[in-house]
Design a protein around this ligand. Structure first.
Ligand SMILES: Cc1ncc(COP(=O)(O)O)c(C=O)c1O
Length: 376
């Protein structure tokens, strides 16, 4: 009998697929979640099973704002938060609210490949703009702004997926100034903001926003569990108001109110903080082990060790197409994400993305041992 599928991705036991950008199941905090659930599920708390407030449960937004204020070291106001069902849903909602088919948007080259899929669903015209070790290259962006007049710029300004880089403080200021000058919105996908291991990044773009045009997207997928489908948008209240008028929210109420209550308890009991601390320690060790193995076994790959996030973005020699190497990787029971998947321009063929999130250190090292056969 075939096994019933529960998860989005399932990998055979004997495969070490280094392309998977999801958390290791052993890191999903079942016991802490059970404690939090029993903390909030009691007869005095019946409201948590009711339709929720459109913007998100006020108690949850208050404790989330307190938690974020502590983590970012910058004040976050609960009125600047809108609770989402995760960043993917937030991106879908942003497209529905702020674009029409045929509108142009600008994305980084490379960008998160599944966001590109969401934008394609809305028939948006996607234009890429290059990044370097400090994130978006402002001069290149400015040229494209003049030419294309985009509805928004989609950026992953912190521990970029796939490139691992973080947008510098100076470029952040410049980007916000440009959004005023050229009248576009900034959609900042900051799902890895809190997964900093060796360097603290600048706070989210929305915390320094004087333009009222920035949407900072956060998620519990990477700091707690993706199955919760819970996240938030931080933005100016005038911008948040635009989300609240959707018929969808009027009919169904706020997103994921019950899960919000459980996560509220995770925060109030200090369990979220404890878990985040644990994740940072685990991932920090994994990056080091994987980087060391790659340097030793695959010296032909060029990469920079990231300071946070989930990914290593690796460059192959110019004339090599990573997609051609995937079949070889599969014969060695391993895998990766070829760079072209992150390109809106059918480029980046000589890159590949590896993740250190899905496997423990010993498996990562074993995976690299298998992967080295892709190129001699
Ligand atoms: C850059 C980026 N944005 C969004 C997501 C998905 O976030 P969520 O699970 O909150 O929908 C991911 C997950 O891999 C990601 O890497």
């Amino acid at each position: 009998m075939s096994e019933i599928q529960i998860t989005q991705v399932s990998v055979p036991e004997d495969v070490i697929h280094l392309g998977i950008g999801q958390p290791d199941e052993n890191l999903l905090p079942v016991d802490k979640m059970a404690l939090a659930a029993s903390h909030c599920l009691n007869p005095k708390n019946r409201k948590i099973l009711q339709y929720g407030r459109q913007q998100g449960d006020g108690n949850f937004r208050t404790s989330l704002a307190r938690f974020l204020t502590h983590e970012y070291d910058v004040t976050v106001n609960p009125e600047h938060l809108f609770i989402t069902a995760g960043t993917s849903q937030a991106l879908d909602l942003i497209c529905a609210l702020f674009t029409r088919p045929g509108d142009t948007i600008i994305v980084e080259e490379p960008s998160y490949f599944l966001a590109l899929h969401i934008f394609a669903d809305y028939q948006l015209n996607i234009i890429g703009t290059p990044i370097d070790h400090d994130g978006l290259i402002i001069e290149a962006l400015e040229e494209r702004l003049e030419k294309y007049k985009p509805a928004f710029v989609y950026t992953i300004p912190v521990f970029h997926n796939p490139a691992g880089v973080t947008l510098s403080a100076a470029r952040r200021e410049h980007l916000i100034r440009l959004s005023q000058k050229h009248d576009f919105m900034i959609v900042a996908d900051e799902v890895y903001q809190l997964l900093a291991y060796t360097r603290t990044p600048p706070p989210p773009l929305a915390t320094n926003d004087s333009s009222g045009r920035v949407l900072s997207l956060g998620s519990f997928s990477k700091i707690l569990a993706p199955g919760l489908r819970l996240g938030w948008i931080q933005a100016d209240p005038a911008l948040i108001k635009r989300f609240l008028i959707r018929g969808y929210l009027n009919s169904g109420g706020g997103l994921n109110p019950f899960v919000s209550s459980v996560v509220n308890s995770m925060i109030e009991l200090g369990l979220q903080k404890e878990h985040l601390h644990h994740l940072r320690n685990v991932y920090r060790e994994r990056i080091q082990a994987m980087s060391q193995a790659l340097r030793l076994k695959m010296p032909f790959l060029k990469f920079s060790e990231p300071h946070g996030g989930y990914f290593l973005w690796c460059q192959l020699p110019d004339d090599v197409d990573a997609e051609d190497l995937l079949a070889i990787a599969e014969t060695h029971k391993t895998g990766f994400q070829p760079g072209v998947r992150f390109s809106s321009e059918n480029a980046l063929h000589n890159y590949l993305r590896l993740s250190f999130a899905y496997y423990a250190t010993d498996k990562l090292v074993q995976g690299v041992e298998r992967l080295r056969h892709i190129y001699q």
